[in-house]
Design a protein around this ligand. Structure first.
Ligand SMILES: Nc1nc2c(ncn2[C@@H]2O[C@H](COP(=O)(O)OP(=O)(O)O)[C@@H](O)[C@H]2O)c(=O)[nH]1
Ligand SMILES: [Mg+2]
Length: 236
């Protein structure tokens, strides 16, 4: 398969129907791997029924250990069993509008990594976000750029396409960051490997239903541990 979308889910039951419909409306034959962590709202059970109905929907079940661990499980399973040429990371809450999938895929012909970015010209964050949330997100990204000395505007984006042949599963397995930091560490690893990375603008939407799973703890972890990422990849 060329493209596989990996979507981590935790209590996203109310978003799944709209999400799948919207993805398949854009690209009817694209494959999707959901990585659910035994969501109390039974998201996993529901996806299991979809897995039976659609040959291009896959489900990986596990226990909740955070976003990074869920993604690592998804990457490992995908590379070993589904063997896609490209992996697309995407959230389940419709913040990442599936209308951008085609552009991401098209650009991946030219670049190893293509990031759907809120902070380059033409991109945006929701107008109704409170001041604090805007500030944390913007400051977090500027801070990351400064500390890691990387040229990307949206380092925490969870919507991107990755050329599978360009990374090593063993290296991905060594990523210990969780939450927002997982996205940053993944990007920094790609940067250190000198992959070609492009950002395309997106209007990031507020989550459709349910609530954010990433908590204050993840934000604090982000600011305290970012420096350790720099040290870890010094040798690469
Ligand atoms: N499997 C799994 N998915 C998670 C976990 N934490 C968050 N997610 C999913 O990761 C995506 C991003 O999380 P979200 O709560 O939207 O974070 P926010 O957009 O930063 O508020 C969503 O699809 C969540 O359901 C987790 O621990 N395990
Ligand atoms: Mg979200």
């Amino acid at each position: 398969m060329r493209n596989l979308i990996i979507i981590p889910t935790y209590n996203e039951r109310l978003n799944i129907d709209k999400l799948i419909k919207s993805i398949f409306r854009q690209i009817p034959d694209i494959s999707i791997l959901f990585v659910d962590d035994n969501s109390p709202d039974k998201t996993g059970d529901y996806i299991e029924t979809l897995e039976k109905k659609y040959s291009n929907i896959y489900l990986l079940k596990g226990t909740k250990k955070g976003l990074g661990i869920a993604y690592k499980r998804g990457f490992a399973y995908a590379v070993k069993n589904l063997k896609p040429k490209y992996i697309i990371q995407m959230d389940a809450d419709l913040s990442h509008n599936p209308k951008y999938l085609k552009t991401l895929i098209k650009e991946s012909d030219k670049y190893d990594i293509v990031i759907a970015s809120r902070y380059i010209k033409g991109g945006s964050i929701p107008k109704n976000w409170g001041h604090i949330r805007k500030l944390i997100s913007k400051f977090g990204n500027s801070f990351t750029k400064l500390v890691l000395k990387i040229p990307y505007k949206d380092c925490t984006s969870g919507f991107k396409i990755i050329k599978v042949s360009k990374f090593n599963l063993k290296d991905i397995d060594k990523i210990k960051s969780n939450g927002y930091l997982f996205q940053v560490e993944l990007l920094y690893y790609f940067y250190k490997k000198h992959l070609s990375i492009k950002e395309i603008p997106i209007d990031f939407q507020d989550r459709s239903k349910g609530s954010s799973k990433l908590k204050i703890k993840d934000i604090l972890e982000y600011f305290t541990k970012i420096n350790s990422i720099k040290n870890k990849y010094r040798e690469l």
